[in-house]
Design a protein around this ligand. Structure first.
Ligand SMILES: Nc1ncnc2c1ncn2[C@@H]1O[C@H](COP(=O)(O)OP(=O)(O)OP(=O)(O)O)[C@@H](O)[C@H]1O
Ligand SMILES: Cc1ncc(C[n+]2csc(CCOP(=O)(O)O)c2C)c(N)n1
Ligand SMILES: [Mg+2]
Length: 315
């Protein structure tokens, strides 16, 4: 298939959902009309074959993950996702493969009010760069710098599953149910509706590089420290069955690819935050004045947190 055949195919399949999308695919740029009083949150993330996903990942899963990780960044800003562009580089264009990629992208969007308003198509090694734009009332964004001494630290969902999924990847053709669960967590991360936490939490980040590394970004932006109770890290049943404690804690601490939200909030808002977000929200620690990230086990013994700190492309 040629470049313009793909673009025609895309525009035929994409119907705009939003009244404030004035012009989608087809011109030199898209046109959108945000409401007065709103701010736009803008984020971009690239996924490269062999680096962000195994080279033999299905087109559906590549499309899914590319959208999910970007919508997760908007969620971490507390923005309602609204528009995305998809820049695709591929060695060749195969119609069935492109359809499956778009199926995956649309599945990750789900019933969110998001329009794919543009993109770019080039020949090259397989990679996707998504730009996602979200809306929120001016001043209401969830920033990394908002954590306050005394805040609780909480995370959505469970941690470590996707990092273990990467280790399970070689089993994918005859995976056990637990191994398949981990592989699915890697391939199709569930982005969380962070916009629902606006006004309820003081700071937020999504966990892409690993809990420790990403929480450190919040701590340094907020000029505070934290104490974590390592035995409270939310753990899936599959993970409990599959890994010993040290392996599990290593994956949860610094494995990355979780795309869960880590937030800090006043204890008085905890019940409201839990009611607002449609997934478990587990308290794992507290913000303290003393700079640095400290972890302790349930007996109060310091957990060796000098282990690998998280994903760094250039480490
Ligand atoms: N090449 C670049 N040019 C300009 N800004 C950049 C560049 N790379 C990163 N940034 C900015 O640096 C900040 C942190 O980027 P980073 O990619 O680490 O985001 P993240 O949300 O922590 O991680 P992830 O990419 O896993 O979602 C963001 O504000 C991002 O826009
Ligand atoms: C094949 C393969 N190898 C390694 C990993 C792990 N991984 C890659 S990038 C990243 C952090 C987020 O990326 P970024 O910071 O670019 O957003 C993680 C945890 C993977 N998913 N697939
Ligand atoms: Mg992020």
């Amino acid at each position: 298939m040629r470049e313009f055949a793909l673009i025609d195919r895309l525009s035929q399949r994409l119907a705009n959902r939003r009244a404030d999308t004035r012009l989608g695919i087809g011109d030199d740029g898209a046109l959108v009309a945000p409401s007065a009083g709103q701010e736009l949150a803008i984020t971009t993330d690239t996924l490269i074959a062999g680096r962000h996903f195994p080279v033999d990942t299905s087109a559906f899963d590549i499309g899914y993950k590319a959208l999910a990780v970007n919508l997760s960044d908007l969620a971490a800003m507390g923005a309602d996702p609204a528009w995305v562009t998809i820049a695709l580089a591929a060695p060749e264009l195969n119609a069935g493969w492109c359809d499956a990629l778009l199926d995956g992208a649309l599945a990750a969007i789900g019933d969110a009010s998001v329009d794919i308003v543009g993109g770019d198509t080039t020949r090259g090694e397989l990679s996707l760069t998504i730009t996602a734009i979200g809306c929120l009332p001016a001043g209401a964004a969830l920033r990394r710098s908002g954590a306050r001494v005394g805040d609780l630290i909480a995370v959505t969902g469970t941690l470590g599953d996707a990092a273990y999924g990467l280790q399970c990847w070689p089993t994918r053709d005859n995976a056990t149910r637990d191994q398949q669960f981990f592989i699915d967590r890697l391939a199709r991360p569930q982005w969380r509706p962070g916009a629902a936490l606006r006004g309820l939490v003081n700071a937020a980040i999504d966990i892409s590089d690993g809990l420790a590394a990403d929480l450190e970004h919040v701590l340094s932006a907020s000029e505070v420290g934290a104490r974590l109770d390592i035995d409270t890290l939310p753990t899936s049943e599959s993970m409990m069955r599959s890994c010993d404690r040290e392996t599990r804690l290593g994956l949860q601490w610094s494995g990355g690819d979780d795309y869960e939200l880590c937030v800090t909030l006043n204890e008085a808002q905890l019940d409201r935050a839990r009611a607002a977000i449609d997934c478990p929200l587990t308290v794992i620690g507290e913000i303290e004045a003393e700079i640095g990230l400290r972890a302790f086990d349930r007996h109060g013994v310091r957990w060796n947190s000098d282990k690998a700190r998280g994903w760094d492309h250039f480490a």
